[in-house]
Design a binder for this molecule. Structure first.
Ligand code: CA
Length: 238
């Protein structure tokens, strides 16, 4: 079960959030004292953090900066919660490293939707390993960088997630349906040929600096494989 951490000193708000998050099926941890926030995050490793801007002793912005400075927790999505609605404050919050921003008074359904979106977007924090490699391809899961040989590749977030799936189990054939579910998420409607389009882009990036290791398994799916046969996609160019 995914854990959402609520860092908020006002009990009425943290109770409201806990109630609704639990109703959505999340586990909830409330931290009322900002001074404990970072150590609690390190201990519990939540999937998403809802962080109030206005806390006694230390501000939400400062906590956010601390989170982003610590390698183990820096990739956890942070939704900043605040009464401040000025554009300037929003920019300051995002500048401190918040992923998202919700202004009080907030709508509960909207905040729940943001929690789910951020949870889907991010979850590299569970990674045990920092770098995965295959032949001359290396992927840094924490820094979110991909190299082939000495060359850095510029991949979109979708291509990054696709490559990660393939790299984690070299040789295994992933069907388009499995890739769609894991990369795009369960509840998102995308045509399966979208996978082909992104694989094509991924191939183009990777193959600038070496042979093609992505194997197309006709009518089935894709794998990363040293002995990839130069099969053609069985789907016409988009
Ligand atoms: Ca507060």
């Amino acid at each position: 079960m995914s854990l959402v951490m609520v860092i908020e000193d006002e009990e009425a708000i943290s109770m409201l959030l806990s109630y609704n998050l639990e109703k959505e099926g999340f586990e909830v941890a409330v931290v009322a004292n900002g001074m404990n926030a970072v150590s609690e995050i390190e201990r519990l490793m939540p999937s998403v953090i809802i962080l109030d801007w206005m806390l006694p002793e230390i501000s939400g912005v400062e906590i956010c900066k601390l989170i982003r400075s610590k390698p183990d927790i820096k990739n956890i999505p942070v939704i900043m919660l605040t009464a401040k609605s000025q554009e300037e404050d929003k920019i300051k919050g995002l500048g401190a490293g918040a992923d998202d921003y919700v202004t009080k008074p907030f709508s509960v359904p909207e905040l729940m939707a943001r929690v789910k979106t951020n949870m889907r977007r991010a979850p590299l924090f569970e990674e045990k390993e920092k770098i995965i490699t295959f032949e001359d391809i290396s992927m840094d899961l924490v820094e979110r960088k991909v190299k082939r040989g000495e060359n850095y590749l510029h991949l979109s977030p979708t291509e990054f997630r696709l490559l990660k799936m393939l790299l984690k189990e070299p040789g295994k054939v992933f069907s388009r349906e499995v890739l769609l579910k894991s990369v795009w998420g369960e509840n998102i409607f995308v045509e399966s040929r979208t996978v082909d389009v992104h694989i094509r882009r991924l191939r183009k990036s990777l193959n600038q600096y070496g042979p093609d290791y992505i194997r197309t398994v006709r009518a089935n799916g894709y794998a990363i494989d040293k002995n990839a046969l130069a099969e053609e996609d069985d789907i016409d160019e988009a």
